[in-house]
Design a protein around this ligand. Structure first.
Ligand code: AMP
Length: 407
């Protein structure tokens, strides 16, 4: 089935063609028809499967075909866990709805409120938001969700992890019982099910690739590299593939900054991303990465989820994630849509337990990337870092890192 066969507005079909969307992905094929029929949906799907368009296409179509009947408030509320995701998902809605009259706005904290209020007053159909700023604006009377038609919860599992349960429950109190609810989560647990069933009604349940959660189009392998040597391996890879796009995940903010500094010493340009960076700067960093101005982003798990950069070539897990689930999310930053992607993890002796936990989670052994002893030594010797105290310094910083856990 192609999008041209769907009973949706020709204005959306034309736009999907421009976007290069001809055939629905699996999740789109399974979800769109039910959403068009007015049913609630509860879907377990990872990012990279095309799940944003799976809800955006039918929601835009229904909003376009229905009359506002004089109502000035928001008609579809999309709740997401992070600001970056709010911005990205609002962008997808805006693109799909480009030729229609449906207006979308991404609302989040960390930016001026006045401009946001003006935009809301002009009338918005779809609001994509993180919880905090939304409640501020509701309590100040600038935001009306009393006649909401659609509630979409995206990355619901991450929202729970970040402690947004109460916010979600509070939103439910502000919106009509008669509404269509679309619930998306990357993983399923007892807690998630309880939340899902408290918001959806007679939902159609959809699950995409439940077995091995790392998408089939991603080749992922692990290389055994000692903690102190990781920098030299990263330097080697980044120099070898200097025109490719890399996202490199490290365990803590401090480690991210140290890797950036270490790469700078050997003349490899990278940028840091973590929760300690100002929101405005975070957007600018993502824009530079998205546009290719910077092609190596060193980050904590703050960028592990949802972020969609279709041209991403490689994911490097400089450190293995503490949470096995995040391995899947990190790998999912590459291999977007139908493209192939590659992910390589550095595993030191002290991280063997984490590797076991990841393999238990994914249900399969991760391919081992064998490095011959001579090649290993060559990589250390080839480093452009000539400072005599360098290895001592790394020893020291890695020891200090043991106390720093936030991202
Ligand atoms: P998502 O899972 O929503 O983050 O989407 C992942 C990527 O797949 C994005 O880059 C989309 O632009 C792309 N995509 C979504 N649906 C389709 C489609 N039907 N055909 C081609 N690419 C798509």
């Amino acid at each position: 089935m192609k999008f041209s066969d769907y009973k949706i507005s020709p204005l959306i079909k034309q736009q999907l063609e421009v976007m290069g969307f001809n055939k629905p992905t699996d999740i789109q094929f399974k979800a769109i028809k039910h959403i068009l029929e007015g049913e609630d949906v509860m879907a377990v799907a990872q990012t990279g499967t095309g799940k944003t368009a799976a809800f955006a296409i039918p929601v835009v179509d229904k909003l376009e075909s229905r009359n506002r009947k004089g109502y000035k408030g928001v008609r579809c509320l999309v709740m997401v866990p992070t600001r970056e995701l709010a911005k990205q998902i609002a962008g997808v809605f805006q693109e799909i709805a480009k030729r229609t009259s449906v207006k979308t706005f991404g609302l989040f904290g960390g930016v001026e409120q006045e401009q946001q209020i003006r935009t809301l007053n002009n009338g918005i159909d779809v609001l994509v938001t993180t919880p905090g700023r939304m409640f501020d604006l509701i309590s100040q009377g600038h935001l009306d969700i009393s006649k909401l038609e659609f509630l979409v919860l995206d990355e619901a599992d991450m929202m729970l992890d970040l402690g947004f349960m109460k916010d979600i429950q509070d939103v439910i109190k502000h919106i009509p019982n008669k509404r269509q609810t679309l619930f998306f989560t990357a993983t399923i647990s007892k807690k998630i099910k309880t939340l899902a069933y408290s918001v959806v009604r007679d939902a159609i349940r959809i699950q995409i690739s439940p077995k091995n959660p790392v998408a089939k189009n991603i080749d992922h392998a692990v290389a055994f590299v000692e903690m102190d040597d990781k920098r030299f391996f990263l330097e080697n890879i980044l120099k070898e593939y200097e025109d490719k796009m890399f996202i490199v995940f490290a365990r803590t903010k401090v480690r991210v900054e140290r890797i950036v500094a270490a790469m700078e010493r050997v003349n490899v340009k990278t940028e840091a991303m973590h929760g300690g960076i100002d929101q405005k700067d975070r957007f600018a960093i993502f824009e530079r990465f998205r546009s290719g101005e910077n092609n190596v982003l060193i980050t904590t798990d703050v960028a592990a989820r949802g972020i969609d950069i279709p041209t991403m070539d490689y994911v490097i897990n400089y450190d293995l994630p503490d949470d096995a689930e995040n391995y899947v999310h990190r790998c999912g930053r590459t291999g977007r849509g139908n493209k192939r992607g590659q992910a390589l993890s550095f595993c030191s002796e002290s991280e063997m337990e984490l590797l076991t936990a990841i393999e238990e989670y994914t249900g399969e052994e991760i391919e081992r990337y064998e490095i011959h002893k001579d090649d290993y030594m060559d990589i250390l010797n080839d480093s452009d870092d000539g400072s005599n105290n360098w290895k001592k310094l790394i020893d020291l910083t890695n020891k200090e890192d043991g106390t720093e856990d936030e991202w």
